[in-house]
Design a protein around this ligand. Structure first.
Ligand code: OGA
Ligand code: MN
Length: 285
């Protein structure tokens, strides 16, 4: 049965709230189409007041595509390998989830041959201060790039690697286990276009970010460093950014083909826990 709900665009460069939709109920074809359309138009949807269980999150996620299982198996929700716990909480001295997800700008799983279409993050426990998530519109990033830079990067490829910032993160984080050779072998570097085309809307977007992009291919190391520095600064300019301040029971669904995102950080003494599902996308072109 169709539900009554409203899609309210947020002021700023991206994002819309979805008010009055209940994701414990299975969406009919018409409601699903409206949500799908809104996701393509706004890139980040904020579903308010979702009193859902893992089953519901997995079900709505699967409507958009197959789900991807994260390389760090320790942080799966027990019984639900499709759910990655994003949390700074420790139980019996052990982290229950990935606590430093998103401390560098990134698009989820861009280090895979088939990066993520989008990710859903459902708030379980929120800190009284901090814990915001920032999203930057990469279609606007492309469109506002100076013409000479557009021409320079339009046909370039960049390397993405899970390991790009891993050792940097390990130095300051209890969440990054030393990787086994098997884990390293599971995430070899891949090449993706610097400018990708959204497979559903045809819009172009910049597709480089600090967390996983290691170098521009086919240019000297110096030129690669210089280009990436300019691109990273451009892609995260404040005019492109929506800052999400989490409310209880928010479920946020972003399009990894259209936006990059960043965790603003949570004070160590405050608890934060969210559940993530990650939907598989296409090979970027
Ligand atoms: C993620 C992520 C950011 C945050 O879960 O993919 O980047 O604010 N999270 O938790
Ligand atoms: Mn992420």
């Amino acid at each position: 049965m169709a539900q009554h709900f409203e899609i309210r665009p947020l002021p700023g460069p991206l994002g819309a709230e979805v008010i009055g939709l209940d994701l414990t109920r299975e969406l009919d074809a018409k409601d699903f189409a409206a949500i799908h359309r809104a996701h393509l138009d706004h890139h980040v949807l904020v579903f308010r007041a979702q009193h859902i269980q893992p089953e519901h999150q997995i079900r709505i996620s699967k409507r958009f595509g197959p789900l991807q299982i994260h390389v760090l198996k320790d942080f799966q929700l027990p019984g639900y390998p499709e759910i990655l716990r994003v949390s700074n909480i420790k139980e019996h001295g052990k982290p229950i989830g990935l606590g430093d997800a998103g401390v560098f700008w990134h698009s989820d799983l861009s280090y895979l041959v088939t990066p993520s279409l989008g990710s859903m993050l459902h708030a379980q426990e929120l800190p009284s201060v901090g814990g915001d998530t920032l999203f930057a519109n990469q279609h606007l990033a492309w469109e506002t790039l100076p013409e000479e830079l557009k021409a320079r990067v339009a046909d370039l490829q960049a390397e993405h690697s899970y390991l790009t910032q891993y050792e940097t993160l390990r130095e300051r984080s209890p969440w990054r286990p030393k990787l086994s050779q098997a884990q390293i072998d599971a995430v070899p570097p891949v090449a993706h276009p610097v400018v990708r085309t959204h497979p559903e809307t045809g819009r172009k977007a910049l597709f480089v970010s600090e967390h996983f992009t290691s170098r521009i291919l086919g240019v000297s190391p110096d030129e690669s460093d210089a280009l990436l520095k300019v691109l990273f600064a451009h892609t995260t300019k404040s005019e492109l950014v929506y800052r999400h301040q989490w409310q209880d029971h928010d479920m946020v669904f972003w399009d990894n083909r259209s936006v990059t995102h960043l965790a603003a950080g949570t004070p160590d003494h405050l608890r934060r826990k969210l559940y993530r599902t990650t939907i598989e996308g296409n090979v970027p072109y």
